[in-house]
Design a protein around this ligand. Structure first.
Ligand SMILES: Nc1nc2c(c(=O)[nH]1)N[C@H]1C(S)=C(S)[C@@H](COP(=O)(O)OP(=O)(O)OC[C@H]3O[C@@H](n4cnc5c(=O)[nH]c(N)nc54)[C@H](O)[C@@H]3O)O[C@H]1N2
Ligand SMILES: Nc1nc2c(c(=O)[nH]1)N[C@H]1C(S)=C(S)[C@@H](COP(=O)(O)OP(=O)(O)OC[C@H]3O[C@@H](n4cnc5c(=O)[nH]c(N)nc54)[C@H](O)[C@@H]3O)O[C@H]1N2
Ligand code: SF4
Ligand code: SF4
Ligand SMILES: [Mo]
Length: 886
């Protein structure tokens, strides 16, 4: 701590504090315009000037750290006069009309408080852009503080803005292109948030928010904390909060894509389909109808004729209730969620090898890693706030290896990019392991203390030396060796992986092969290391962890281990037969054994692989209950009953993010019409089925308390603590601080972990004469999964549809031009797509996203599934492309 005197009063502050922050903390805040604590100080506006002992002239407090014995004066006539002069210079061109129109704008209040009139002198040659749907530009209000330039570089890493010219002729505009978008803007909104003068502004805020409510983003598994601004019963604005996850940052979806909540086709009334047509009915009628159908099916075919799907978009409490409903009310373990199609392979591999099926480390560790290994993940689009943090770490010098068939944004920045042939992760990861061993890059101490099975493992991977697998993997042997050296030499090195690893025949095995690399190099149990799946949706980690998984109960506890305890708390016997996971439910439906499906927040028809087959299976069901905000594709084609639900802005509860944090969501608005929270619907249906006991909770907190009583590692996560603490499980009691890093001294089950011998079994989806190309599917920045939400926002203007990305060589070979619609077919189905010629693609490989219901990309994907947990192989399918009309 450092002692200093501010306006005659002594204060103590931490070493290294910026003087401007010390002044604010001491209640002696000074005005400033160019300062933003998220970026490096610039000292340009000189409004924060103060007198400091020993300095001849006033100094900007934003550019100075506190020092012991400092004596500071913040007020006085000379300082006031200096600030006024500086403000006059800053406002020399500022338009008077802006002040008149918006007197409450902080900058306008500052001018008024100092008695400064805006200069109102017109400037020439200002940047103009009306094309961005969310970000407005009014450069006549620019005061040249350069906060936009700095925050776009230093937080988002996009380098969009540049200052051109000097002195009075300075102009700020995108460095390349004539619009923000052409300049590389990704719509994160950081420059808008930072701009103090209103030159950059949120276009769509017509109304000032009346109330701000802290909540968790509804989109991806990063779990950004956001403040929702509401007025007149609508969400009108979002702003990122300063939390450990996102530190005041957000991405275009969390920050701007909220208008779906008020879309005109939001379903607000329960419905039953009669003679092919949806009819609005009362809740009583809808619940009675669903209950009587379920009762009849269970009576006739047994409880295992019903399947239940929890929702990665709904809360922990709701997912807990829905799996309890399946097990207690219906009497079946047939309950799953879309973790199955996503990161169940990660959970399986991590649990098998290390004892806990979740990310080992925290996003905060990004700042401590010296090197990154990013495998089959595209975080700058899928997890943009994490992507931006990784980018900053790399710009500051951390090493980066990217393993991805496509040249993604991070691959562009990488020291080594291994553009692996899709489906060849296992031999490639084994080759990395073989290199680590051959070149003696392993952590011998860690191996001796914490790892077993080295000899058998070393013998196995000796067959995978880079020189022998390079050809099959499509990458040079020397590049594989360089990647191994970087990962081993950078310690601590942090591995992040995505669906490019999991969505394969060898998905679980791919993750095991990654865990091997961490074990060999001692990259576990310490900050800045680990194996970290980038989990998908806002609560996919939670949905599975709450027990929406046929083989495990709440807390990922095995049924044979924890079953008795659950039976006691639930006052019911658990079903004896093994449950079906989602792929098996589809198979059972196709075979006529499954008769009913309840899909809570899961558009299974659109998103499951091999959609023509999914359709054949779903068509055989007698009852399909869809519980959603919108008429999704499952409901449109197969729904029998529709339960309309409250959105995440309209209910309370918790989500679990990718790094094991449990975070609150809070009611910011009432639900529209007859929409009800998922938890209400589940309880109401239990009551209709005559089993209200155990489903009479008064609200989410009461449900959560039952979760805590059954899940030892979550017992300490009370709502009261979540109100003001940032907690990651394991958190076994109410005084436990939570666990940012797993496996510190020992692994969950034991002191040591065992290296996995991973065989390579290639997929049957190989190119041949009829289907000579490989299609891989994935995500794009502006759209989200089934598209039900983002397609009902102005994100549609940022990306209207999917493209079929292909290498220039392939386009030339087929004679395709940019923007041409072509026909693509696999052995399973076909679609028409618009060609996008991209240097990020390698010849022979194609890429498309799957967010557009009208294109239905999953008609193309195959029936191949992960060997251990049956995740569909979305990442490789052999296809051919043809000119339309051929
Ligand atoms: N904008 C946006 N963000 C999202 C989502 C969204 O729909 N839109 N969805 C969320 C969800 S549910 C999830 S699960 C996450 C997913 O996030 P990611 O896992 O990052 O998503 P994908 O784009 O599906 O796949 C990642 C990468 O895998 C690569 N890949 C394909 N085949 C292979 C292979 O054989 N080997 C390797 N090494 N790489 C391969 C692809 O080229 C792609 O760049 O994103 C979440 N965030
Ligand atoms: N080809 C291909 N297909 C894929 C993938 C791929 O990479 N390639 N990825 C797969 C992956 S990883 C995933 S996760 C799936 C995602 O597929 P889905 O889970 O089907 O997609 P989502 O859009 O995340 O949301 C599901 C539904 O939840 C609804 N919803 C939102 N909030 C709530 C709520 O609070 N309550 C309720 N009841 N409903 C709500 C939405 O309107 C939407 O209809 O797609 C999979 N499909
Ligand atoms: S919105 Fe984000 S990416 Fe776009 S210019 Fe501003 S800071 Fe840069
Ligand atoms: S990074 Fe993910 S959690 Fe954060 S704002 Fe974007 S979509 Fe939401
Ligand atoms: Mo996902």
């Amino acid at each position: 701590m450092v002692q200093l005197t501010i306006d005659g009063i002594s204060h103590e502050v931490a070493d290294g504090t910026l003087l401007i922050d010390a002044l604010t903390a001491a209640g002696a805040a000074v005005p400033h315009l160019c300062h933003d604590s998220r970026v490096k100080p610039s000292g340009a506006c000189r409004l924060c000037v103060v007198d400091v002992s020993g300095q001849a002239r006033p100094v900007p407090s934003c550019a100075l750290e506190v020092s012991a014995g400092m004596v500071v004066r913040t007020r006085g006539e000379a300082l006031d006069a200096l600030r006024r002069t500086n403000l006059e210079l800053i406002a020399a061109h500022y338009p008077a009309a802006a002040c008149a129109a918006e007197p409450d704008h902080p900058f306008h209040r500052l001018l008024a408080a100092h008695g400064v009139e805006p200069g109102d002198v017109r400037q020439e040659g200002l940047f103009q852009d009306e094309t961005h749907p969310y970000i407005g530009v009014a450069m006549e209000r620019c005061i040249y503080c350069e906060r936009c330039i700095r925050i776009c570089e230093q937080v988002q890493g996009q380098f969009v803005w540049e200052a051109w010219g000097r002195g009075d002729g300075t102009r700020i505009s995108p460095g390349k292109g004539s619009t923000l978008l052409a300049g590389g803007c990704v719509g994160c909104g950081a420059c808008v948030d930072s701009c103090p003068s209103g030159a950059l502004f949120d276009k769509r805020v017509g109304v000032e928010p009346a109330v701000w409510t802290r909540t968790t983003c509804v989109y991806c598994g990063v779990g950004c904390q956001l403040d929702v601004g509401t007025a007149h019963g609508r969400v009108v604005a979002m702003r990122p909060a300063d939390s450990p996850v996102n530190r005041g940052h957000a991405c275009v979806k969390g920050r701007y894509a909220f208008e779906y909540n008020h879309a005109p086709d939001r379903i607000m009334q329960p419905m039953i389909r009669r003679d092919g047509n949806w009819q609005a009915v009362s809740w009583d009628a809808a619940l009675d109808f669903a209950a009587s159908k379920l009762e009849a099916i269970v009576a006739r075919d047994g409880p295992d004729a019903v399947g239940v799907l929890g929702s990665a978009r709904a809360t922990n409490e709701e997912n807990y209730l829905v799996q309890k409903f399946a097990r207690v009310v219906l009497g079946t373990h047939n309950v799953d969620c879309c973790a199955r199609v996503c990161h169940t392979p990660s959970a399986k591999a991590l649990k098998t090898m290390l004892g806990v099926g979740a990310a080992t480390n925290s996003f905060d560790d990004i700042d401590e890693a010296n090197a990154f290994l990013i495998c089959g993940a595209n975080p700058t689009e899928g997890h943009p706030v994490v992507g931006a943090r990784i980018k900053q770490a790399v710009l500051k010098g951390a090493g980066l290896v990217v393993i991805d068939p496509r040249r993604t944004e991070l691959a562009e920045l990488a020291d080594v990019h291994l553009a692996v042939q899709p489906g060849r992760n296992v031999p490639l990861f084994n080759a990395l392991a073989a290199t680590l061993i051959e070149e003696d890059l392993v952590d011998r101490h860690f191996l001796a203390e914490r790892v077993e099975g080295f000899d058998a493992f070393a013998a196995h991977v000796a067959d995978f030396l880079p020189e022998s697998v390079a050809g099959a993997c499509g990458v040079p042997a020397e590049a594989i060796r360089a990647a191994a050296r970087l990962y081993a030499g950078g310690r601590p090195s942090m591995c992040f992986h995505g669906l490019g690893v999991t969505e394969h025949l060898q998905g679980s095995e791919g993750v095991m092969a990654l865990v091997n690399l961490a074990l060999l190099t001692g990259n576990l149990g310490k900050h800045g290391s680990g194996v970290n799946p980038l989990r998908g949706q806002n609560n996919v980690q939670g949905a599975a962890h709450m027990g929406c998984d046929p083989a495990s109960l709440t807390g990922a506890q095995a049924i044979d281990v924890a079953g008795a305890c659950f039976e006691q708390v639930w006052g019911a016997r658990l079903p004896v037969s093994r449950g079906l996971d989602l792929p098996k439910m589809i198979d059972a439906a196709r075979a006529g054994r499954l008769k009913a499906l309840w899909a809570m927040g899961y558009d299974v028809y659109l998103s499951f692989a091999n959609a023509n087959d999914t359709a054949a299976a779903l068509a055989r069901l007698e009852l399909v209950i869809v519980q959603d905000l919108f008429m999704n594709e499952t409901a449109r084609s197969f729904g029998t009953v529709f339960f309309p639900v409250a959105s995440s802005f309209e209910k309370d509860g918790t989500f679990m993010n990718s790094d094991r944090r449990v975070q609150r969501i809070r009611t910011a608005l009432p639900a529209p019409g007859e929409a009800r929270p998922d938890w209400w619907v589940i309880q109401a249906l239990a009551a209709r089925l005559g089993k209200p006991r155990g489903f009479e909770f008064t609200g989410p907190e009461a449900v959560w308390d039952e979760v805590r009583s059954l899940w030892p590692d979550g017992a300490g996560l009370t709502y009261a603590r979540l109100e003001h603490e940032d907690l990651q499980w394991p958190c076994p009691d109410e005084s436990h601080p939570g666990t940012p890093v797993l496996h510190r001294e020992r692994f969950a089950g034991a002191k040591t972990a065992k290296l996995a011998v991973v065989e390579y079994v290639p997929t049957v989806e190989q190119p041949d004469e009829s289907y000579p190309l490989l299609l891989t599917t994935g995500r794009t920045l502006y759209q989200f999964n089934a598209g039900t939400m983002t397609q009902r926002t102005a994100n549609l203007l940022l990306r209207a549809s999917e493209t079929l990305d292909m290498a220039p060589d392939d386009a030339a070979r087929y004679g395709f031009v940019e923007g041409e619609t072509v026909h693509i077919s696999s052995r399973y189905g076909a679609a028409d797509l618009t060609v996008h010629i991209s240097g990020a693609m390698r010849a022979g490989q194609l890429f498309s996203a799957f967010h557009c219901p009208d294109l239905f990309i999953n008609r193309l994907t195959s029936p191949v599934r992960d060997r251990l947990v049956r995740t569909p192989e979305y990442k490789v399918v052999a296809v051919r492309v043809e000119k339309l009309g051929d």
